[in-house]
Design a binder for this molecule. Structure first.
Ligand code: GLU
Length: 363
């Protein structure tokens, strides 16, 4: 395992920060803050993506009427986020470190300008020695505007901030090669770039957070494919963050080996933009082979069979294979009307240039 990272994103799930009843586990928070403080003092830049707002608010207010799920989330997170950040602030202050709060929404990352603005905010914090503590703004993000969970958010942050490593902490050791309860089952220690281990994962959710192992795997594989090492580990284990960063041998966790060919910053943005796609472009078998092949290829009008939805030049669209499955996303060089006119034509300029195209091998 590598050592001495320049910049690391650490995601801590609600299950790590709360006890069995869902109340804030302040000693667990202290253990995490102490390790982060140590790494920061040794020169590693840290961005913390912390869940726990909803869970820690739930223990404080009950709600005077029967609340629907959106109102409950808004109420609990408004109280819980204040508790959470207060606690972190005190803990880091004890080490002479300043932390700051970044509350974001999926919409705040939906255009390139929004994205760069969010990146600028965290960059200026890091430059000034402030640890960004990121969470989704659960008071305003509801249903379709929400991130799938904070695993998705942490993947976006790691990618956007050009981190070298993303550590996803939950309350289990990693991805197992079978039922964790069954004898002989073990944590998969290393996932090589391109390995598909989805057959080992069941779709269960964690009890206090929104995430599950399937999204963790999907995000981890995607982020590793961008050239960033990802580790899924147990945040309840003593010293786990330090052990990962210092490369301790035989640690029970799942490490995703990063691709040796990191992708450009603009491609990273596009890779995480599939949730903002405005329309769909259906492609034929020839185009699919070209786009998924070894050689870098752009999407040409001759490979397009249909255009769905309305979009403008510069928007992000989803690319659909002949079998109806999404294969990636890209930034289009023409609006939907022009793209429709050019379907099947030879010799036209690319509809999506290679530099603005991301093929997701884990879709
Ligand atoms: N943002 C939510 C919170 O802080 C957690 C979302 C998740 O569980 O991934 O409570």
């Amino acid at each position: 395992m590598r050592q001495g990272f320049r910049r690391v994103v650490i995601k801590v799930g609600s299950n790590v920060l709360t006890d069995g009843d869902g109340a804030l586990d302040t000693s667990a928070m202290k253990r995490i803050a102490d390790q982060i403080a140590c790494l920061k003092k040794a020169g590693t830049e840290i961005i913390l993506v912390s869940s726990g707002a909803v869970a820690s608010g739930r223990g404080v207010v009950e709600g005077t009427r029967r609340l629907d799920s959106v109102s409950a989330r808004q109420l609990f997170s408004s109280v819980g986020q204040a508790r959470l950040i207060n606690r972190y602030y005190e803990l880091f202050s004890g080490h002479g470190i300043v932390c700051g709060q970044v509350l974001t929404t999926k919409e705040s990352l939906s255009t390139r300008d929004h994205y760069l603005n969010q990146m600028n905010c965290m960059t200026v914090m890091l430059e000034n020695g402030v640890i960004p503590i990121v969470n989704e703004n659960d008071t305003i993000s509801v249903t379709e505007l929400m991130f799938t969970d904070n695993d998705e958010l942490s993947g976006m942050v790691a990618s956007m901030m050009n981190a070298e490593c993303l550590i996803i902490l939950s309350n289990i050791d990693g991805i197992y090669n079978g039922n964790p309860e069954a004898p002989g089952t073990e944590v998969i220690r290393l996932v090589r770039h391109g390995d598909d281990i989805s057959r080992f994962i069941t779709s269960g959710k964690s009890s206090f957070g929104r995430g599950g192992m399937l999204t963790k795997y999907r995000i981890a594989a995607k982020v590793a494919d961008e050239g960033i090492m990802v580790v899924i580990a147990n945040g309840k284990r003593d010293g786990v963050i330090k052990d990962i960063v210092l490369g301790k041998k035989n640690l029970a966790c799942t490490v995703f080996q990063p691709s040796e060919k990191p992708i450009s910053h603009i491609k990273k943005w596009i890779a995480h933009s599939d949730g903002f796609a405005k329309g769909k472009i259906h492609i034929n078998k020839g185009a699919l082979d070209a786009l998924t092949g070894e050689k870098a290829s752009s999407l040409l009008p001759i490979g397009v069979t249909a255009v769905e939805g309305e979009f403008e030049k510069g928007d992000i669209v989803r690319i659909i294979a002949p079998d109806g499955q999404p294969v990636g996303v890209g930034k289009v060089s023409a609006g939907s009307a022009k793209a429709t006119e050019s379907i099947g034509q030879k010799g036209n300029r690319p509809l999506i240039h290679y530099d603005y195209l991301y093929i997701d091998t884990f879709e």
